[in-house]
Design a protein around this ligand. Sequence first.
Ligand code: EPU
Length: 420
Amino acid sequence: MEKLVINGGTRLKGEVTISGAKNAAVAILPATLLLNGVYTISNVPNISDVKITCDILQDLGAKINWITPNELTIDTRDIDGKEAPLDKTSKFRASYYLIGSMLGRSGQIEVGLPGGCNLGARPIDQHIKGFELLGAKVDVGQGKISAKAKKLVGTSIYLDVVSVGATINIMLASVLAEGTTTIDNAAKEPHIVDVANFLNTMGADIRGAGTDVIKINGVKELKHEGSYSVVPDQIEAGTFMLAAIATKGDILIKNCISEHLDCITAKILEIGGDVEDFGDSIRVSINKRPTKANIKTLPYPGFPTDMQPQMGVVLSIADGVSVINESIWESRFQYTNELINMGAHITAQGKTAVFEGVKELYGAPVYASDLRAGAALLIAGILAKGTTELYNIDHIDRGYEKIEEKFRSLGANITRVTEE
Ligand code: EPU
């Protein structure tokens, strides 16, 4: 078992380069199943969720060749599998993208029920509704999902909830369907636009990604082999922005798209931080204690749920009383118990948490309950007085590339330790 040992009390200073977006990469890689060919994908984050995606694609018959740690070629000409390994697919969330992609490719697939971070109930009814409206038969049971379609036919699909996964999955399934599919009440996250851009580069006809109505005009086949660079990770960039604020630091964040970070920038300015926007890089600093703020998580362009725990760390040391309302995931306040162990004053009940800011946090042994909770506790360890031992760090490795190296280059004192 590995843990991170953090000797805290550091003001983070320097430059950091953001990797490609996890939530785009884990959709773009399965999306290559929609065509026969060889693709080069660059700016791929080297994280465990990507490695497991590649493993599963190889099990289905894809040939993957890593050219550099962040660039790979994927050859989908020999895909023959109809069954993705249940043990691997049920380990992480984005395995559901194999359903949309394989329905499009061969009209048949079986995957394990998607796992992933423990954030409370994570239904996929909207994905299934979309596949069924397109003409597929979907069975869920005994820990797996089987989907079959003789033919997919474009139709109108209204999402009852704004869902990132359902929007992308329906887009994947309808690229090769007959006729036009319309997704109403679609999610608008940057990674949705990125997946649509990737598919269009390969010959799909998708319009409106990034708005709440997406139209997919089905094409007979995707024709273009090619290369594509994954969009920078909005959430990784936001994590370093809030790390700068939490530690009273000064960080230049390179390889990001500042427009994707507007909602985080707005909150940083509200609590007294400074943000300099250079378009593809952003400098965040603060030289005083941040002030309180209220947060409500919302689908893009609202404040992202995936930044909520990192913001929770900032508010736990801010001047005044702040309230966070989590509107996406029911169990996203598990990290608050760990922050309380570090000296924070937080009351969390249901989807609301009240943060009564304290001046300092103190190092303690803490446990990451999920990916973003892990990132938040790492930031808390860096700002806290004394030593923090952070456990369950496999959650962090799922979504952040070289996290301790990046924080170390900003001055943090972090060691990865392997325990028996
Ligand atoms: N929902 C339904 N039915 C569905 C799908 C979703 O009711 O069929 C509900 C969910 O319960 C939730 C809301 O709709 O309340 C939004 O869920 P969404 O489908 O957007 O989430 P997801 O696709 O499962 C992705 C990210 C998550 C991120 C959410 C919200 C991936 C692989 N995961 O999950 O990322 O929190 O969107 O932005 O893209 C993370 O990176 O740490 C992470 C958890």
